[in-house]
Structure formats: structure tokens, C-alpha cells
Design a protein around this ligand. Sequence first.
Ligand code: PMM
Length: 272
Amino acid sequence: MGVVNVTPDSFSDGGKWFVADAAVSRGLELAALGADIIDVGGESTRPGAARISAAEELRRVGPVITELAAAGLTVSVDTMRAAVAETALGAGAKLVNDVSGGLADPAMYGLVAVAGVPYVVMHWRGHSSSMQERARYGDVVQEVCDELRRRVDAAVGEGVDPSLIVLDAGIGFAKAAEHNWALLASLPEIARLGGGGAPFPVLVGASRKSFIGRLLAAADGTPRSFASSDDATVALTALAAAAGAWCVRVHAVPGNADAVRVAAQWRAAGAG
Ligand code: PMM
């Protein structure tokens, strides 16, 4: 999954694709480079970010989704708002990626249930303005699994088809670095929500996040820049895909697409 943030201020690529034409070109480029899905978002979720209106969100993503879908790409909409998701699906999006897992908008599950599209349920504890205060866990893997289970049960209770649910541990969302690493090392457990049932597909969104920059910090403690952490993102992609991740959400596609193919071969050889 290649990321197109139509925002002035995202984590890692803020501002670059804020103009619709640039965003469309970027989406086409990411698809040509090997992304199977293009994830288009209009609302920044960087820590501390303030919300924008639904009208502004739609103004940003609507034309981009329309054009990318018309070009034949598989588009997902990265939104917490049912109204934005509904318009995006009408414009040709095929998947809803909800970083709030349905918590931000009570109308989301009903919309997804009727639309019958794949739905990414991400672990989330509140809006970006205050999320890092909520990065408190005893056993982070268990708590994330329990909280995701509650979201899945609520979604299914409102008619969402469980076979269309994709889980995401929400790397960087109300998480400190140690929480991110613990969750990444527990993808098979997260897929089964800490229990023994059938696994859900899992999406991993670790690309260019600040815990990678901190791991790779210079000797004086200066974190590695976002754009210079792409090799490390590729390493994470290989590990996540080898652990069974269904999808990785990334900003730079080529190395990650290669890593996914290597991991698929690795798994196939092991299974044989
Ligand atoms: N991260 C961001 C935005 N959307 N969606 C999912 N499912 N998972 C994520 O981890 C995720 C997301 C924020 O990252 P960016 O601003 O660097 O794109």
C-alpha cells in the first residue's frame, strides 16, 4: 500500500502532495512502482495535529480519489469520518482505512456494513492532539488485542462482515517506541487478537515513523531524518511480511515491494 497524504503537515511527507495534481501524479507513480493499493488521506494524524473539517477533508481527497480510481487503481481512503468514506467510495475507493477503528465516528460501522468493502480497524486511543498522553500500558500486546477485539465485536454487531476486517496495531498512535517494537514482534498474536481463533489479515504502518529515526540516531542523539530511514522501513517490511502481515503501508514503494516478494518466497519455501 503506497501512501498519498493530501495534507500540508503529515509525519513524513507533509506538503509534498498537497495540491491535487501532485497527489494524483504521486499515486500513479506509486502504482507504477509496484503498490497494489493507493491510500489517500486528507487529515494529518501526526502527534499534536488539530482536526480539519469534513468539508476540507473531502475537498482534499475527493478529486484525487476520483482520478486515481478512474485510472484503474485500487484506492483506499484514510479517514475517520463516515461521510468522507461514503463520498470516497462513491468516487471509486474500494477500501476504508479508519485509524480510529470506528471510535471517532459512530456512523462508520453502519456505512461499512452497507458498503460491504474491506475495512481497516486500527488500534487508537484518541485524537492526535492528546494521543501520546495515552501511551500507557501494562502489557501492550494484550491491551491492544483486547481493545481491538472490542472494536471488532462492535463492528460485527453493526453488520460489518468479519471476513472484510483488517487489523492494525496502530504503530505510533498512543505508543512509545518500546510499545511499537513489542507490537511489531507480535504480529501473529495480534492477527488472532491474543486468542486461538482464525487470524485476521494484518496491516502494518511503520514507514518513516519517528521510532525508527530514534533507533538510528547519530552518536549525539540526533534522530535520523524521515526520508533517510527508508532502508530501515524496508527491513521492517521484510520482517513483518515474513511474520505474515497482509499489507504494509509505506511511503517509498520500490524497496518495500521487493521486500514483500522476498518474504513471500521465504514463507513459501518454509511452508513447502
Ligand atoms: N499511519 C498514518 C496514517 N494512516 N493508517 C493505518 N492503517 N495505519 C497507520 O499506521 C497509519 C495510517 C500516519 O502516518 P503518515 O502521516 O506518515 O502517513
